[in-house]
Write a protein that binds this ligand. Structure first.
Ligand code: IMP
Ligand code: MG
Length: 463
C-alpha cells in the first residue's frame, strides 16, 4: 500500500530511536541520552546548513531547522506531566513525538519571538468554520499583540482583497479585539494573508457612526480588515518573492493543467463533486444534491472521502511533474483540505518569506502554526522559512499558545489571558436578556467558504 504521503520521515526516525529505550527497560536516562544525541545531530545539521550532515544521511527528507531544538528538556517536561517512562506496554507514539518536538521548538524560539503566523482552517477554527467569539484563542492572540508580536493568519482561503469576507471568518476574534480595548497600534499588528501568499490585509480600528452603533453594536469601534497594496509589501526594496509579478499567462496555463487533472480524476473516481476555478487556484468541493443525478453511481456529493481527496491531490502532483520546466518552476501547492482539495499558485512559505522582508524580522524570530504538514498539506512549505508547530485541532493550538506565552512572554501573560477569559465568561453569564439592555450583534451573514459568495437565507447551503 502506498501511504508514504502520510508519513513524516524525521518524526518516524525519532520514534524508532526512542523505541530502543522502551525495549531496553524504559529508563528515563536512556530516553534523555537518545534525545541528547538527536539534539546534537540537529545542531550539526544546522551548522552545516544540511550539506553533508549525518542527519541528512540518516533522514534524507529532513529540512532546515531555524532554531535550536531543545529535545532533552522537552522530553523531560513532557514526561513529568504524562509519565511516558512509567508505561510498560506502550512506547512513545507518533503524536507524542509530535508534541515533544513542538515543545522543543517553543523552548527554542523563546524570547526571540517577533512574528507568529497561524493557518486558519483546523488551526484557529474547525475546517470550514469561523472564529467563534467564545474561543479561548482570542485572549492568547490579544496577549501576543499587546507584547508587540506581529500576528498573521496565513490561509489558503482566497477571497482576493475583499476584507468583508475574511471578516466573516474571523468575526469572533475581531470583536474580542474591540472588547479588550486594544489600541490602534496593537490592532494594526494583526494581519491576514489570503490565497496562500497572494492577498495581504491589515486590521484597522474604525470609529462607528451613531447610526451604525444603534443598528448593531454595543461598542464604539469596529475592527476591519483593509487591503495592503501589493506594491507596498512586495516593494522592490525587499529581497523576497513578489507573487503579484508572477507571469499571469504561466499561472493560468499551470491552473489549466491542474484543472484538467481534477476533471479527469472526477471521471475516473466517479466523484459527485464540483470543480471551481479562481484567479490563483482550482478546487474540488462536494457537489451537493445536483451532482447525484449527474453521477448516479458515485460518491462525494456531501463528503469526499479522505482516500479520494489524497488520490486527486497525488494525481495532480504527478501531472504537474509532466509540465514544461517554466510552469513547474512556479511556487505552488496541492493539498487535501479535509473536506476539499486544491491546487494553489503560491505557498505559505512564500508568504512567510515576503512578510519577513516586509516586517524586517529574521527567520529565527518567526513561527508558523498549522495542521497540514504531510506531503498533501499546505503548511509544510512554511518549514523552509521558519520554525513550525504541527497541531491537529484548535484545541491543540490553545495548548501551544499557553506554552508560547509562557516561554516567550512570561508566565504572567498566560495568567492574564486566563483571567480575561474568566472575566468575560462571568460577564456573559450575568448579562441575561432580562437584566441587560445589551444589543446582540447581528449574526454574521452565512457565506460559502469555498467561493466567498453570500448565501441567501432560504438558499440551500452548497453542501
Ligand atoms: P487554511 O487551512 O486556512 O489554509 O484554509 C484551507 C481551506 O480554505 C480549504 O480547505 C478551503 O476550504 C478554503 N479555501 C477557500 N478558497 C480557497 C482557495 O482558493 N484555495 C484553497 N483553499 C481555499
Ligand atoms: Mg488548515
Amino acid at each position: 500500500m502506498i501511504t508514504s504521503h502520510r508519513k513524516d520521515e524525521f518524526l518516524n526516525w525519532v520514534k524508532e530511536l526512542l523505541y530502543h529505550s522502551f525495549v531496553l527497560g524504559n529508563k528515563k536516562d536512556s530516553y534523555l541520552e537518545t534525545m541528547g544525541y538527536i539534539e546534537m545531530l540537529v545542531e550539526e545539521h544546522r551548522s552545516l546548513r544540511g550539506e553533508g550532515s549525518r542527519l541528512k544521511a540518516l533522514v534524507p527528507s529532513v529540512s532546515h531547522f531555524h532554531t535550536r531544538l531543545h529535545l532533552k528538556e522537552a522530553f523531560d517536561m513532557y514526561d513529568e506531566k504524562y509519565a511516558v517512562t512509567q508505561r510498560r506496554h506502550l512506547a512513545p507514539t507518533f503524536n507524542e513525538i509530535r508534541h515533544i518536538l513542538n515543545l522543543s521548538q517553543l523552548i527554542g524560539i523563546g524570547t526571540k519571538l517577533k512574528f507568529v503566523s497561524f493557518d486558519g482552517d483546523q488551526t484557529l477554527y474547525s475546517d470550514g468554520g469561523n472564529f467563534e467569539e467564545k474561543s479561548g484563542l482570542s485572549y492568547q492572540i490579544i496577549e501576543l499583540l499587546k507584547a508587540g508580536i506581529i500576528v498573521c493568519v496565513i490561509t489558503a482561503a482566497n477571497y482576493q482583497h475583499d476584507g468583508s469576507k475574511y471578516e466573516v471568518r474571523l468575526a469572533g476574534l475581531l470583536r474580542r479585539f474591540i472588547k479588550a480595548n486594544l489600541g490602534s497600534e496593537e490592532i494594526e499588528r494583526f494581519h491576514v494573508m489570503g490565497g496562500e501568499c497572494n492577498f495581504l490585509l491589515q486590521c484597522k480600528k474604525f470609529k462607528l457612526s451613531d447610526g451604525e452603533r444603534n443598528a448593531c453594536s454595543r461598542y464604539e469601534h469596529k475592527a476591519r480588515l483593509v487591503p495592503v497594496e501589493h506594491e507596498t509589501w512586495q516593494s522592490e526594496q525587499f529581497d523576497a518573492p513578489k507573487p503579484y509579478k508572477w507571469d499571469k499567462d504561466k499561472v493560468q496555463a499551470f491552473l489549466d493543467a491542474a484543472e484538467s487533472s481534477f476533471r479527469q480524476s472526477k471521471v475516473d473516481l466517479r466523484l459527485r463533486t464540483r470543480i471551481i476555478r479562481k484567479a490563483t487556484s482550482v478546487g474540488m468541493i462536494p457537489g451537493g444534491e445536483a451532482m447525484v443525478g449527474e453521477v448516479p453511481n458515485g460518491h462525494g456529493s456531501l463528503k469526499i472521502k479522505a482516500e479520494a481527496l489524497d488520490e486527486v491531490v497525488l494525481r495532480a502532483l504527478d501531472n504537474i511533474q509532466d509540465l514544461p520546466e517554466e510552469l513547474k518552476q512556479l511556487h505552488y501547492c496541492a493539498f487535501n483540505g479535509g473536506r476539499d482539495c486544491w491546487v494553489d499558485v503560491g505557498t505559505k512559505g512564500v508568504a512567510v518569506e515576503a512578510l519577513q522582508a516586509y516586517f524586517d524580522i529574521p527567520k529565527h524570530g518567526c513561527l508558523h502554526v498549522g495542521d497540514q504538514f504531510l506531503q498533501t498539506g499546505n503548511d509544510i512549505s512554511a518549514r523552509n522559512t521558519c520554525a513550525t508547530i504541527w497541531i491537529t485541532s484548535p484545541k491543540e493550538t490553545f495548548k501551544i499558545l499557553d506554552h508560547l506565552l509562557r516561554f516567550s512572554l512570561g508566565m504572567d501573560k498566560v495568567d492574564r489571558a486566563a483571567a480575561a477569559a474568566k472575566a468575560d465568561d462571568l460577564e456573559e453569564l450575568s448579562l441575561s436578556p432580562a437584566t441587560s439592555p445589551r444589543k446582540t450583534p447581528p449574526m454574521p451573514p452565512t457565506m460559502d467558504v469555498y467561493t466567498g459568495e453570500l448565501i441567501a437565507k432560504d438558499d440551500k447551503a452548497p453542501i
